[in-house]
Design a protein around this ligand. Structure first.
Ligand code: SF4
Ligand code: MG
Length: 285
């Protein structure tokens, strides 16, 4: 199956988001997700265009609001594989509240954040994850703010799957996204995805020099929260690979008695209507 709809992305040639788009398509292909059962919801920003390039259902939504939509879509029809995508501004500034609450709810969906450490669509101003000293149009003398470290935020808030990838390491990224989709619960994949036009500091070569991989930390245990927090702190978050995975935590659907389907077989024992009726009776009757 081809998960590309053939529309040529209008990103700048060399933008990291091309690789992330392809990685999502390859991950969907590796899992053989039926195209009519997959929905990609995106926010606003350069990366927000991603949903328009998928040969699946898609929803190019509102700034910072891809997760409320994605959660609503998943809960309305749990036979769907739902993937939300957006940028660092989308997920860690205007949408940061939604990111935290999606983490604690643990609805079974995947969120891919393309982190280029600037706002690309609005011409490269500083973002909540820009490193101190980054010169942008809004920080001509260099950013003085403490950046958010998404990994510490997510693992600290109780995320059940957290991984970090790099646009230039697509093979690993495909596998991290495929595993995230297979995970039962909310999975977050943060991708270092360089903006070649507005971020002249955190470039591909900068990431190649500064990123380490979890395979270089053999003592790391992906099911251990202390181990995950430690490697994130020790590397200032500049690490790729699977950082944290708790496969057996109850999802929002479990806690509310909603039947989950297997995204690969789409098997459910109750229809969506029967479950919705049973669920609403718990609260309203
Ligand atoms: Fe990509 Fe930056 Fe161009 Fe936007 S401005 S398409 S993030 S390279
Ligand atoms: Mg950005």
């Amino acid at each position: 199956k081809d998960y590309s709809n053939g529309i040529k992305p209008n990103w700048c040639p060399g933008c990291g988001d091309f690789s992330v788009l392809r990685a999502i398509q390859l991950a969907a292909a590796s899992l053989e997700i039926p195209q009519e059962r997959m929905v990609v919801v995106s926010g606003i920003g350069c990366s927000g265009r991603l949903s328009g390039y998928m040969n699946t259902y898609g929803f190019h939504s509102v700034h910072g609001r891809s997760l409320p939509l994605a959660q609503g879509i998943k809960l309305a029809n749990r036979e769907l594989t739902v993937l939300a995508a957006g940028g660092d501004g989308d997920g860690f500034a205007i949408g940061a509240g939604h990111t935290l609450h999606a983490i604690r709810r643990n609805v079974d969906l995947t969120y891919v954040v393309m982190n280029n450490q600037v706002y690309g669509l609005t011409k490269g101003h500083v973002s909540p994850v820009s490193l101190p000293g980054l010169k942008t149009k809004t920080t001509p003398a260099g950013s003085v703010d403490q950046p958010i470290q998404p990994g510490l935020l997510a693992v600290g808030a109780g995320v059940t799957y957290y991984a970090q990838g790099f646009s230039a390491q697509q093979e690993e990224l495909v596998s991290l996204i495929a595993e995230a989709i297979k995970h039962k619960g909310f999975s977050l994949v943060q991708v270092f995805s360089p903006c070649i036009t507005y971020n002249k500091t955190n470039t591909y070569s900068w990431f190649r020099e500064n990123l380490t991989n979890v395979s270089e930390v053999p003592a790391h245990q992906t099911d251990n929260v202390d181990s995950a927090l430690r490697i994130l702190r020790e590397t200032d978050g500049l690490i790729t690979g699977l950082i944290y995975h708790q496969p057996d935590q109850p999802t929002f659907e479990d806690r509310h008695g909603l039947n989950q389907h297997d995204p690969l077989t789409s098997k459910m024992t109750e229809s969506t209507e029967e479950q919705f009726s049973r669920w609403t009776k718990r609260f309203f009757i």
